[in-house]
Design a protein around this ligand. Structure first.
Ligand code: ADP
Length: 296
């Protein structure tokens, strides 16, 4: 029912006292390897909630690729659309200092080799999805090609991350465009006004059918085509680690929209999932199951 088209990365994390300067070597703590990437995160988040979920992505024929396939399968994701080979699995090299600040180098690797041709070869998978959710850690042309292959009554959800100016054809397909505050500002460029309502108005003017702006602990603002704005508050929680919260939110939103819920209704579910995700460390490791969500 839900197809996620996007990235799969291995996050390689090392704690350091301080970052090395050019030419310098520092010693860090033990390496931790976590499955990540926005596409892989979204697929796991939705599947853990009970959504029938498939992932269209590309990983390398290597240990990191197997780690990602394993974590998808363990969560119940249909991995028949995960292509293997062509380049090493994408990695994020992350150092975290004692204050919690991180520095990250991303090697897109196989993610950059997920081509429009790959999307065409996955035509049945794409055309049979009720809702397709994409991000921008794969080539923009591949996302654009995916949109051209959607079933006529399918719904397309885009989180433009990393943010960049978007072609009109892609924007017109988004229902909704889902952005956090930073992404909203970049997509709006010069036109970025003051309040979230201003951003939503500006984003709608770019052509998407609807817009959702996530606002961290403040929840989300939804704006549908009819001109209705809804503030959807997030449950109050003790935030431990916000990594991957936006991915969990977007996956939950996309799934519920595919079930036929209205935008504000789906967002009210999604903020609960986002809030649950920030109460535990990590990205995929922090995502709630349906049972955990109702028990909260
Ligand atoms: P991103 O992770 O993309 O920066 P946000 O920070 O806006 O996105 O978070 C996405 C969603 O996760 C929010 O809409 C909210 O539901 C939830 N969330 C994030 N941070 C918190 C928080 N501190 N308390 C409660 N919910 C949060």
């Amino acid at each position: 029912d839900l197809l996620v088209v996007g990235s799969a990365n291995a996050d390689l994390v090392i704690g350091v006292e301080r970052r090395p300067a050019a030419g310098e070597t520092v010693l860090g703590g033990d390496l931790a390897v976590h499955p990540g990437g926005k596409g892989a995160n979204q697929a796991v988040a939705a599947a853990r909630l009970g959504a029938r979920t498939a992932l269209l992505a590309r990983v390398g024929d290597d240990a990191n690729g197997r780690l990602l396939l394993d974590s998808q399968r363990a969560s119940g994701v249909d991995t028949s659309g995960v292509l293997v080979g062509g380049a090493p699995t994408g990695v994020a090299l992350i150092t975290v200092d004692p204050s919690g600040d991180n520095s990250i180098v991303v090697s897109p690797g196989a993610n950059a080799r997920l081509t429009p041709e790959d999307a065409r070869a996955a035509g049945t998978l794409i055309a049979s999805a009720k809702v397709v959710s994409a991000q921008l850690e794969i080539p923009l042309e591949t996302v654009a090609e995916t949109v051209r292959m959607l079933a006529p009554d399918a719904r397309f959800v885009l989180n433009p991350s990393p943010p960049m100016p978007l072609p009109a054809e892609l924007l017109a397909a988004c229902d909704p465009l889902v952005v956090n505050e930073h992404e909203a500002r970049v997509v709006l460029g010069e036109a970025a006004g003051g309040t979230p309502e201003d951003w939503a108005r500006g984003l709608l003017a770019l052509g998407p059918r609807s817009v959702v702006i996530t606002l961290g602990a403040e929840g989300a603002l939804t704006a549908d085509g009819s001109g209705a704005y809804d503030h959807v508050p997030s449950p109050r929680v003790d935030a431990v680690d916000t990594t991957g919260a936006g991915d969990a939110f977007t996956a939950a939103l996309a799934w519920r929209l595919g079930l036929g819920e209205k935008l504000a209704e789906a967002a009210a579910f999604a903020v609960r999932v986002g809030a649950a995700a920030v109460t535990r460390a990590g990205a995929q490791e922090s995502y709630p199951t349906a049972e955990e969500l109702t028990a909260r």
